[in-house]
Design a protein around this ligand. Structure first.
Ligand SMILES: [Fe+2]
Length: 240
């Protein structure tokens, strides 16, 4: 796998052929779509479908026998405890996806022209912390008497959201720098999400859970700094 950008026979830009560009612009005026409608019609149709649609899944009712029996059982309280549970399910799914993304990234670096063992070590460290976070959230879902194996609606949504970075990193043609950009997207979202989760846990009256989550947020801040630094270092070294 090659690193970064390379000059080549890229034919996608219009400047490659001014004559064809002129013909293309003429064709835009002469040839009309054979399907009626425009973007306004699409917007109207989407609004109709949205109004008709049902919601994406539901939050399972907590209070499982296993959860109830645990000594650390922390009663669900607050006005809408399912909101916290839904977001905890989201974090669990996201961290699980994070483990898989970092595993794929480690394979990417190992397959590069110049495998960097220090970089592999850093990625492994972050990967292991994502795994810890996943287990931490699973534990606290059980603390609330709920089932960590259930997929909540927000967990479903972040699974879809993470598909872009997953496709970028697992595409054998993408290089380390391009994949680092995908990880940056993941880590920025991760940071904001942990901040919100801590606020929700505190608002729901679960200060012990919030305390554990603060430790995860500290580690997530470190992930963000590491990914940003690696990206900057690699790319500026190539430009200089
Ligand atoms: Fe992270």
């Amino acid at each position: 796998m090659a690193h970064a950008a390379k000059l080549g026979t890229n034919l996608t830009g219009v400047q490659m052929s001014p004559k064809d560009t002129e013909r293309l612009l003429d064709a835009v005026n002469d040839i009309h779509p054979d399907v009626p409608g425009d973007s306004a019609g699409m917007m109207a149709e989407r609004a109709v479908r949205t109004a008709e649609a049902d919601r994406i899944g539901s939050v399972p009712i907590p209070g499982s026998a296993k959860g109830m029996l645990k000594s650390s059982f922390d009663m669900m309280r607050g006005k809408s405890p399912e909101v916290l549970l839904d977001k905890m399910g989201e974090r669990l799914a996201y961290e699980r996806n994070g483990v898989r993304l970092y595993d794929a990234m480690i394979a990417k670096v190992k397959g590069s022209d110049t495998p960097d063992s220090a970089l592999i070590g850093t990625l492994q460290h972050i990967r292991d912390e994502e795994y810890e976070h996943m287990m931490l959230v699973a534990k606290h879902i059980e603390t609330l008497g709920a089932d960590p194996t259930a997929q909540t609606p927000c967990a479903d949504v972040v699974g879809v959201l993470g598909l872009g970075p997953l496709q970028v990193i697992t595409d054998p043609r993408t290089n380390v720098e391009q994949c680092m950009n995908a990880l940056l997207t993941i880590e920025l979202t991760d940071n904001a999400a942990w901040e919100l989760l801590i606020e929700l846990a505190e608002a729901g009256g679960h200060s012990n859970i919030a305390k554990d989550f603060k430790h995860a947020l500290d580690q997530e801040n470190d992930h963000l700094v590491k990914v940003k630094t690696l990206m900057r270092r690699d790319l500026t070294a190539q430009v200089k």
